[in-house]
Write a protein that binds this ligand. Structure first.
Ligand code: 5GP
Length: 118
């Protein structure tokens, strides 16, 4: 059984303005901010304002709005960082690599021949 959403997670604190972030986008449903430990230059995170732990418990309507912002951020990051490509990553539960338990998508600009930082 999937654990319940817990609003003490770091992205909930960022959404509430309790800790700082470098925000690059905000609308009524979504924010995007730079990852504090980027795996490549321009690595950012897209986060819905509505609480859900991950993709598995997300409201499909919120998910649809979030993925539209993922596309918008991917296009913007590709141009801003003159990237050759964009990697989108999204983890669900610890076994899959999730470490922050508020739904988020990684948007990572990529350049030919450059590996992601671990
Ligand atoms: P995941 O849960 O998908 O494995 O990754 C969570 C991501 O959040 C990591 O890439 C990590 O660097 C990022 N992160 C963790 N804490 C903070 C924080 O306080 N601020 C920001 N901007 N990113 C964070």
């Amino acid at each position: 059984m999937t654990a319940q959403y817990d609003d003490s997670n770091i992205f909930a604190k960022i959404l509430r303005g309790e800790i700082p972030s470098h925000r690059v986008y905000e609308d009524d449903h979504t924010i995007a901010f730079m990852d504090v430990m980027p795996q490549a230059p321009g690595h950012l995170l897209v986060v819905p304002k509505t609480p859900s732990r991950n993709l598995l418990d997300a409201d499909p309507a919120i998910l649809a709005k979030t993925i539209q912002v993922v596309q918008k951020m991917a296009r913007a990051a590709k141009e801003a960082f003159e990237a050759d490509g964009i990697t989108i990553i999204q983890f669900n539960e610890p076994a899959a690599g999730q470490t922050v338990y508020h739904l988020h998508f990684h948007v990572i600009p990529r350049h030919e021949g450059q590996m992601l930082k671990p």
